[in-house]
Structure formats: structure tokens, C-alpha cells
Write a protein that binds this ligand. Structure first.
Ligand SMILES: Nc1ncnc2c1ncn2[C@@H]1O[C@H](COP(=O)(O)OP(=O)(O)OP(=O)(O)O)[C@@H](O)[C@H]1O
Ligand SMILES: [Mg+2]
Length: 436
């Protein structure tokens, strides 16, 4: 028989060997670095202009970044910083190379969510973040999943739970409780509302002293930052239940939305959430902070089934929040109720165009969800399989490392899906109300 004590012993053993296992399984490259992009990629795949036009423009203006020539050929290879400088300084056919962004609005937030495990959420989040960065956007990713797939893929593995969504939630509890208490103190006499007390264990963590920027970390992509997660952040699910008890008026589900509102509007363009495969405090925060909900699903019948129950559970959870919090004594800023998304889309992943079942499921999803179904599914591809320590996106993989055809097809399927995602976001962004 195994009790918690046996599990403790197993964990102690596992921790002891963790360093050794890491060394055995890590690739020699300990830090993730971003490769350069060839002039073929920059012109045809990133700027979508003719390669000779692009080369001509570079030759005509020696002050433009010129990239580096690699030993193996005549092509020039550009860093993402150089690509972004070219984007700012070059116009082709009088058209800007900068991506569209509505003026005077905050970043748009998209949650990639499905309670079904393995639906492809993290793969989609990673690829959309990379595609958006190559498109010229500044991206913030938020990893809501203690499995931390996205954080690991972006090269972050030593993360303390204070600096995850868990820390953001605990910090919010302290700030919100203080706000409520000072409102009670400041109110006219006759108020029956009690002061809410938080135990020293919550206050002593020092989280209220953390600044907004303390939660945000850089990645190997110069225009992608991340609020990472880690395994210990799983405790948030327990801790949050206790926190709610400490202050029942705390709108726990709006903690991350409140936090994101403190980031200056023009720091980022897109904020992408990778969600855990479960309904809980973290996923409710993700959903609540999102403007747009993007729901990936595998192309099988059971996945259709779980996606259906996901929508049901989510709608019930949002209804409960609406019922439970519309009457609280301290309506929180921007915890507007009921939650309304600007758009909701379903996206099939791991799709095989030659598979009859997949095609039938695509038609079925289309019948059920109509134009909520993204037209372009993401195809199954060998190009996204994990290689070595880091999961890499097709955008990160150098096309010289595999057959050009495999790479091109993989890239094309993610490009098409990203193109639709971008269209959805821009439409929602235009509809998004300016901050009051
Ligand atoms: N288009 C694809 N082609 C090939 N493999 C894929 C594709 N999309 C996802 N996978 C693989 O499927 C597995 C699950 O994907 P992923 O981690 O993105 O799912 P998830 O929904 O984030 O899972 P979880 O619910 O555990 O967070 C991974 O091994 C991933 O490499
Ligand atoms: Mg995941």
C-alpha cells in the first residue's frame, strides 16, 4: 500500500536525481536562442514581397540593415531586430510593412482554451505567438497552465510560483482586500460591512510589493515576453479556494484582468493565453480576461464530444459567476458582468486532409458551429514534434534541417490558421470599446 508518506519518499528520491536527469536529457544548448531568417523567408514569407524587389531596395539604401552572409551560400540572414527595423523603415509600393493596430486601444487578448487535454492548445499558442511576432506585433504570452508547456517551449524552466498567475492572484487578493477595507473605513457611519482580515501567511509573502513588470519575463524572441508558469503553481487551485473563504467578496476570477489593465496600453499588441486542460481558478481568470476565445479541438468524434461539454461547462461557470457576483458589496473595477466575448472560434488541429473521418468531422463541426469554425484547420505535421530539450515551432526551425517540402507545408498550415486568427482579432479589436 502506498500512503502520502511513500509518495513523499518517492518525490525526495526523484528530487535528488533531478539534476542528473536534467543533464542526461538536455541538449548541449542550454539557452534557447532565436535563429536568423534568410532573405528568401524575409521577402516572400514575412513581408510577402517579391525577392528581387526586396534585394533591390536593400542594395539601393546602404543605411538599411544588411543581415549577415552565412558561409554556405549567398543568401543574407536577418535577425528579428533587423527585420523589424526594415519593417519600420521600408515601404513597398507605398505600402507600409507594419501590421494593422487600431489607434489608442490596449492590446487585444485571446485565450486558447479547451478543457480537453492534448487538444493542441499549447502548440497553437506557441505558433500564433511566433507568427504574430514575425508579422511585426509585440506579443505577451500568459501561461495559465502549471504543466508549463508554453513556458518550457519559450525557454523558461526555473520559475518560482510567486512570479506566475498564482502570484498575480495572491497579490490581487491583498490589493482588493485593502481597497475594500479602506472603502469601509472611509464610508459614512452606519455601514454594516466588516473589515476583512488576511492572515499573516498571506501578507508575509511580500507579493503586494511586486510591481507589474516583475511578473513579465523576456524570451529568446525580442518582441515576445511571457508570464510563465511552473509545476508549483498548481497549488493555486487549493490556495484560491482558501483565499475566497478569507474574503468572499473578492472577485477572484477577475484578478488577471485587473493585472493586465495595469500594463500600459502600448506595451504590447497581442496578449495570448495558454490555458490548462481543466476548469478552475486559473482557467476562469484566463477566460474572464479574454476578449476573444479560440477553441482548438482534435478532429475525432470524442474530441467533438469533449469540446461540446467544454462549452457547456464554461457557460455554466460564467452563469454562476454572474449570479454570484452581480450582488456583491464591492463590485470590482472592470469585472463587468455577465462576461461577453467579442468573438468565439473553433479550430481543428492535427487534421489530416487525406483522412475520411477527419473530413467528415470537419463538415460536422461546420454544420454545428457554422462560421464560428475556422475555415483552415491546422494539419498534422512532423515538423512540430519535440526535438531535444525545447519544443520548437516551425518558425524557429531552420528549414535546412529538414526537407524543404515538409517545412513549407507545416509553415503554410500554421500561416493560414494564423491569418484567420489575425483577421478575427483585428475585427474584434475594432469593436473593442476604448477604455473608459
Ligand atoms: N499540428 C500538429 N501536428 C503534429 N503534432 C501536433 C500538432 N499539434 C499538436 N501536436 C502534438 O500533440 C500533443 C499535444 O499538443 P499540445 O501540447 O499542444 O496540446 P494541449 O492542448 O496544450 O495539451 P494539454 O491539455 O496537456 O495542455 C503534443 O505532443 C504536440 O506536439
Ligand atoms: Mg498545453
Amino acid at each position: 500500500m502506498y500512503t502520502y508518506q511513500d509518495l513523499q519518499a518517492l518525490q525526495a528520491q526523484s528530487l535528488k536525481l533531478q539534476g542528473w536527469i536534467r543533464r542526461q536529457t538536455y541538449s548541449p544548448e542550454l539557452e534557447k536562442t532565436l535563429r536568423r531568417f534568410s532573405s528568401w523567408e524575409v521577402s516572400e514569407l514575412i513581408f510577402r514581397v517579391n525577392q528581387s524587389t526586396f534585394r533591390g531596395r536593400l542594395a539601393a539604401d546602404p543605411s538599411l540593415p544588411a543581415g549577415e552572409v552565412e558561409e554556405d551560400g549567398r543568401q543574407r540572414w536577418f535577425s528579428l531586430e533587423e527585420i523589424n527595423e526594415l519593417r519600420r523603415r521600408m515601404k513597398i509600393n507605398r505600402k507600409t510593412l507594419l501590421p494593422p493596430r487600431p489607434q489608442g486601444k490596449r492590446a487585444i487578448r485571446a485565450a486558447i482554451a479547451n478543457f480537453k487535454g492534448g487538444a493542441g492548445k499549447s502548440t497553437v499558442a506557441l505558433h500564433f505567438a511566433h507568427a504574430a511576432a514575425l508579422d511585426g506585433y509585440r506579443v505577451l504570452c500568459v501561461d495559465f497552465d502549471p504543466q508549463a508547456t508554453l513556458s518550457h517551449s519559450m525557454g523558461l524552466s526555473d520559475v518560482s510560483e510567486d512570479h506566475t498567475v498564482w502570484g498575480i492572484m495572491a497579490r490581487d487578493l491583498i490589493r482588493e482586500t485593502d481597497r475594500m477595507n479602506s472603502a469601509v473605513t472611509g464610508a459614512a457611519s452606519g455601514t454594516a460591512l466588516p473589515q476583512r482580515r488576511l492572515p499573516a501567511s498571506v501578507r508575509d509573502m511580500g507579493l503586494e510589493d511586486l510591481r507589474v513588470a516583475d511578473f513579465i519575463q523576456a524570451t529568446s524572441w525580442p518582441t515576445i515576453d511571457i508570464i510563465p508558469s511552473c509545476a508549483n503553481a498548481a497549488f493555486v487551485e487549493f490556495a484560491s479556494a482558501q483565499y475566497r473563504h478569507l474574503n468572499p467578496d473578492w472577485s477572484f476570477f477577475a484578478a488577471v484582468a485587473r493585472y493586465l489593465d495595469q500594463i500600459p496600453d502600448d506595451s504590447y499588441d497581442l496578449i495570448i493565453f495558454d490555458c490548462p486542460p481543466a476548469i478552475g481558478y486559473q482557467s476562469m481568470n484566463a477566460v474572464f480576461a479574454a476578449d476573444v476565445l479560440y477553441v482548438p479541438s482534435g478532429p475525432g468524434y470524442w474530441e467533438y464530444d469533449s469540446t461540446t461539454s467544454f462549452i457547456g461547462q464554461l457557460s455554466e461557470a460564467l452563469e454562476d459567476l454572474d449570479a454570484g457576483f452581480s450582488q456583491v458589496s464591492f463590485p470590482a473595477g472592470n469585472a463587468g458582468s455577465p462576461k461577453a466575448f467579442l468573438d468565439v472560434r473553433f479550430l481543428l488541429t492535427r487534421f489530416e486532409p487525406g483522412n475520411d473521418l477527419h473530413r467528415a468531422m470537419y463538415d460536422a463541426f461546420g454544420k454545428v458551429f457554422g462560421d464560428r469554425l475556422a475555415e483552415h484547420p491546422i494539419e498534422l505535421t512532423r515538423a512540430v514534434e519535440q526535438s531535444g530539450r525545447f519544443l520548437s515551432s516551425v518558425y524557429e526551425i531552420d528549414y535546412r534541417n529538414m526537407t524543404r517540402e515538409t517545412w513549407r507545408r507545416a509553415r503554410a498550415t500554421f500561416d493560414r490558421a494564423y491569418g484567420e486568427f489575425r483577421e478575427t482579432l483585428i475585427k474584434a479589436w475594432d469593436e473593442m470599446e476604448d477604455k473608459a
